[in-house]
Design a protein around this ligand. Structure first.
Ligand code: IPE
Ligand code: IPE
Ligand code: MG
Length: 256
């Protein structure tokens, strides 16, 4: 059980006090339900995306304050290009805005920003801002915040295998090609991140939607009915409390 609550509000501190010392090392969140949040208020879908920024802010700050080493947020999937052009443009503008506006918060919380996904396919101005924000936070030694943008897990695996094959081709041919779980994992976008411990999805949807399929092999999955714009740091702490009650057997047998 914990006593000190590092900069948390009273309600957060109450949940934090119940947590055991072993926190998940890497938490990933599928931030879903923005459109439904807006629809319930008779607002356009984009209002839900805008409201989602407050959820990001609160969740990121709480995660950094309790010293989660890695937080990965699914912000735009490789399949999200199928949405109406106006919604996609809004999301790109929102991302640019978020990066500019949140930089001081990231710096204050010692957060290092990084990205996964086919970043080179994003609009040039967005890439530029992303690059600036990553460079500015690169000296921070606290939590790594990874934004998954134009990310698809199958595409990531295709990229990983392509890279293994082309490395073998340039290193003297396919007799040197070694295909193993380690070799594939080393080519994934997430190769520098700790093992994924937990996937949270908001809005009650029971699927992974092409998110971290390889990495989630033994991650604990936590689904909440809360829509993303309503999610806050306290909900992250509640999810971690639930995670700590699970028994992770990895195919073995119960320790009890
Ligand atoms: C998640 O909310 C945000 C993104 C996918 C970018 P949605 O926009 O998917 O919201 P719903 O699922 O339609 O409610
Ligand atoms: C997953 O949500 C992608 C992100 C949260 C960025 P979607 O709303 O795109 O997923 P589906 O279409 O319901 O599976
Ligand atoms: Mg959705």
């Amino acid at each position: 059980m914990r006593s000190a609550s590092p900069g948390l509000d009273r309600r957060e501190a109450e949940v934090y006090a119940k947590l055991k010392p072993a926190l998940p090392q890497h938490v990933a969140i599928i931030m879903d339900g923005n459109g439904r949040w807006a629809r319930r208020r008779h607002l356009p879908r984009v209002a839900g995306h805008r409201a989602g920024v407050a959820a990001v802010r609160s969740t990121v700050e709480t995660a950094a304050r309790i010293h989660i080493p890695a937080l990965t947020l699914y912000a735009f999937s490789a399949e999200n290009w199928k949405r109406p052009g106006a919604e996609v443009s809004f999301l790109m503008r929102l991302l640019r805005h978020y990066l500019a506006e949140q930089l001081p918060t990231l710096m204050r919380n010692n957060i290092r920003l990084d990205y996964i996904g086919r970043i080179h396919e994003l609009p040039a101005d967005v890439q530029e801002r992303m690059c600036q924000a990553r460079t500015e936070t690169s000296g921070n030694s606290g939590m790594v915040l990874t934004l998954a943008l134009n990310y698809g897990s199958r595409g990531e695996l295709v990229d990983a295998v392509s890279s293994l094959v082309s490395k073998a081709a340039t290193n003297g041919g396919f007799e040197h090609l070694k295909v193993s779980e380690e070799a594939i994992a080393q080519q994934l976008y997430t190769c520098h991140l700790p093992e994924l411990d937990m996937v949270i999805r908001t809005s009650g949807e029971m699927r992974l939607s092409n998110f971290l399929l390889w990495q989630a092999a033994y991650a604990e999955i936590y689904v909440t009915e809360k829509l993303w714009p309503d999610f806050r740091g306290i909900d992250l702490l509640t999810a971690i409390l639930e995670y700590q009650k699970r028994e992770r057997r990895y195919g073995g047998i119960s320790a009890q």
